[in-house]
Design a protein around this ligand. Structure first.
Ligand SMILES: *Cc1c(COP(=O)(O)O)cnc(C)c1O
Length: 247
């Protein structure tokens, strides 16, 4: 079981290397994040212990379930799912170092309130909906700057960059357009030199489109299926509140 995971990671690593060579980028500038939704904690532990310490969940519930096993395994944890405001208190218990999916002001404000109360700070990315698909979360690109100008006023939140989920399509031109859009947004916001706003990170690219994302400037790619295998649940369970009850 463990060998398969490690073999898969090696293959992803090879794909990252090839994509970096092709696009003239430094391999060290692209971080591999393991998207671990539905993967049991023992399997995640194997990946972490073999040198891949950056993981991310989509649901606070799953972080909680895996915490007993992973608490004492040194690793770094991001959050990449739709975060409901009633889960904020909960998520702050689990050492999450970056919430990549901040996509609305009320979430940012409530995060800031709770972080202030606890005397903590949090790195965040602004999630942008570059594909205009209804099933996904994220602020529309044309509203991203306005959101950032509000969020930068919240002292406990450190904006580090942008995140997006590319269009699910075999039309690579359309997929590439999503990533290009995020890159353009990053550059235009960076040029404004807004106080407390960093635009270093571009989290984009998954199992099927990581090469395109790297070519367009991804600094974090998020890979699940290609490492851990197919999931039991359809992704709409994680990405579309209307399809399934999220409790
Ligand atoms: C599941 C997930 C991924 C990984 O997708 P794969 O196709 O399994 O590699 C990346 N980002 C987000 C936000 C996810 O929910």
């Amino acid at each position: 079981m463990g060998e398969e995971i490690i073999e898969n990671i090696k293959q992803i690593q090879a794909r990252i290397t090839a994509a970096c060579v092709q696009s003239g980028r430094e391999i060290a500038d692209v971080q591999l994040l393991l998207a671990t939704k539905t993967v049991n904690a023992e399997r995640i532990k194997i990946a972490i212990e073999n040198g891949y310490p950056l993981i991310a969940e989509n649901k606070v519930q799953e972080i909680k379930q895996k915490w007993d096993t992973l608490e004492h395994v040194p690793h770094q944890s991001h959050f990449i799912g739709h975060l409901q405001t009633n889960k904020i208190k909960d998520i702050l218990r689990y050492n999450v170092s970056c919430i990549q999916s901040v996509d609305r002001l009320d979430l940012a404000q409530k995060l800031d309130q709770r972080l202030t109360y606890e005397g903590k700070t949090m790195d965040i990315l602004i999630q942008v909906n570059t594909s205009a698909e209804e099933s996904k979360f994220g602020v529309p690109p044309e509203e991203a700057l306005a959101l950032i100008k509000e969020v930068m006023l919240l002292p406990t939140l450190n904006i580090k960059g942008l995140m997006t989920i590319g269009l699910f399509s075999t039309d690579t031109l359309k997929v590439r357009a999503c990533f290009k859009r995020l890159k353009e947004l990053q550059q235009s916001i960076e040029a404004l030199q807004l106080p407390r706003v960093q635009m270093k990170e571009l989290s984009m690219g998954m199992s099927n489109d990581l090469e395109i994302a790297i070519a367009e400037g991804a600094t974090i790619i998020r890979v699940g299926t290609a490492i851990f295998g197919q999931r039991q649940y359809p992704d709409s369970y994680y990405w579309n509140e209307n399809t399934y009850s999220t409790r």
